[in-house]
Design a protein around this ligand. Structure first.
Ligand SMILES: [Zn+2]
Length: 466
């Protein structure tokens, strides 16, 4: 142990002094590399270190300093070129849809959903499908630096089991929708299912069980309110798609005479426990309402671009005071779970749309996937930055990759040049989930075999058609 600590306390030529004898015990020390903390001061610490006790960060600072204070049971050494940063927060996902990736592309949202995705789901989604799809998603997320994700799907209790076993962190919403779904024939059944799910995941340290009414156009006002009442009875978040397409706005205006956001406001759905995915077609009044109600919004630039749904007015929402996170959306509409891709796409998209290269600069784009994303999910006191007292969710990016050498500005590389495949270590709650090409909690071969098997059922269902 002294040898590794000496590494932290030494220059390239070797130890400069022996570590003192009265150091405090720590479970883990991550040292070396450049820390991009995303703390309020946005500190960047060259040759930094993070000490972890019981899954929480107890110290962040220069490696030489921290190594003199802590005697770790385990240490992880980042190379001098590496970047150490908070684990990424994927604010909107449908993890099991990894098994529907590439089934139908290049279609409009309503066509894609109603003629392909919903029928395929009706035919193939069951507990096994959800388990295998989520395991596959967990591999991809862990491999590409995502440590927390928000999810909306069916059999969400199965998603929770996988997240628990994989070691990830999640805000996991059981879907409520007005038509028969794979896990519930009626809304009553869906609400009862969701309640049992909420009851069995109370107070889990890494899993926040949530209720996910699908959208204002797939849930009646009564369904939305029953879902909200259930969630609020358990203090659970509400995840929902809002104002994703112009068609949705037209439909809700036709049915209720107001925009999707105002419709949700009028029925009493909105509050600080609501996380709204997309929020694309929101006017000034909608933005003010979302801000006043403390709703978090999640931007999904790649899914929105692929489905040509529109562009979230991100600058206007932020100016109104809405917390904004970043998501991939499900892998059937993105088509990957690489948050580094989402960061880069978000930055480029908003520059392009505003015809202004100063729009959404690199530091702010990275914030959407870390501390701001955590804020949108109501988790910013727990995760999103490398700060004392937060959970130890962090990743190491291999700074020696050809696309990352040389480096002038860590934010620039993280926003524009890094890809998920450049992540070399992923740690959640102080536990190493991926290191040196190896997964510690999941078996990629077994999962790939199960995924190929599940794909045969998808192929048959899609061949049959809607
Ligand atoms: Zn979605």
């Amino acid at each position: 142990m002294l040898a590794c600590l000496a590494q932290a306390a030494c220059g390239p030529s070797g130890p400069t002094e022996a570590p003192p004898a009265d150091r405090r015990p720590a479970d883990l020390l991550v040292f070396g590399g450049t820390l991009v903390t995303m703390d309020p001061q946005r500190r960047v610490i060259v040759n930094g270190a993070v000490a972890v006790v019981d899954g929480a960060i107890v110290a962040v600072g220069p490696a030489a300093e921290i190594a003199h204070l802590y005697d770790p049971a385990r240490s992880v050494r980042a190379a001098p070129d590496d970047l150490v940063l908070p684990g990424l927060v994927n604010g909107h996902n449908h993890a099991p849809m990894t098994l529907l990736r590439g089934v139908a592309d290049d279609l409009r949202l309503m066509d894609w959903l109603q003629n392909y995705i919903f029928p395929a789901e009706a035919a193939v989604v069951d507990r096994d499908f959800v388990r295998t799809g989520t395991e596959l998603a967990a591999l991809e997320m862990i491999r590409s630096g995502t440590t927390t994700f928000a999810d909306m799907y069916y059999f969400e209790d199965e998603v929770a089991w996988v997240v628990r076993d994989a070691g990830l962190r999640g805000v996991l919403g059981e879907t409520i929708i007005d038509f028969p779904s794979p896990d519930a024939a009626t809304v009553d059944d869906a609400l009862a299912y969701a309640e049992r799910y909420l009851q069995s995941w109370v107070d889990h340290p890494r899993i926040t069980a949530a209720v996910a009414p699908h959208a204002p156009y797939t849930c009646s006002p009564e369904t939305l309110l029953r879902a909200a009442e259930l969630a609020r009875r358990y203090g659970a978040p509400l995840l929902i798609h809002v104002a994703e397409t112009r068609d949705e706005v037209d439909q809700i205006r036709g049915d209720y005479g107001s925009s999707p956001v105002q419709h949700l406001e009028q029925i009493g759905f909105l509050g600080p426990d609501v996380v709204a995915a997309h929020a694309i077609w929101v006017d000034a009044a909608d933005r003010a309402t979302l801000a006043r109600r403390g709703v978090g919004a999640v931007h999904n630039p790649e899914s929105n671009m692929k489905l040509a749904s529109g562009t979230m007015p991100l600058a206007e929402l932020r100016a109104a005071g809405v917390a904004i996170g970043l998501g991939t959306d499900g892998p059937a509409s993105n088509n990957d779970l690489d948050m580094f891709g989402a960061i880069s796409t978000a930055a480029l998209l908003h520059k392009h749309m505003a015809a202004d290269p100063t729009a959404l600069p690199a530091t702010e784009a990275l914030a959407l996937a870390t501390i701001e994303g955590a804020r949108a999910l109501g988790l910013d006191a727990t995760i999103g930055s490398l700060e004392v007292g937060k959970r130890a969710d962090l990743i190491i990016v291999d700074g020696s990759r050809p696309n990352l050498v040389p480096r002038f500005d860590p934010y620039s590389h993280l926003a524009y040049a890094t890809r998920g495949s450049d992540v070399k270590t992923t740690i959640v709650d102080g536990r190493i989930l991926f290191e040196e090409g190896r997964f510690t909690t999941l078996d990629p071969q077994r999962i790939a075999a199960a995924a190929r098997q599940a794909a045969e059922r998808v192929r048959t269902a899609v061949a049959r058609g809607p």
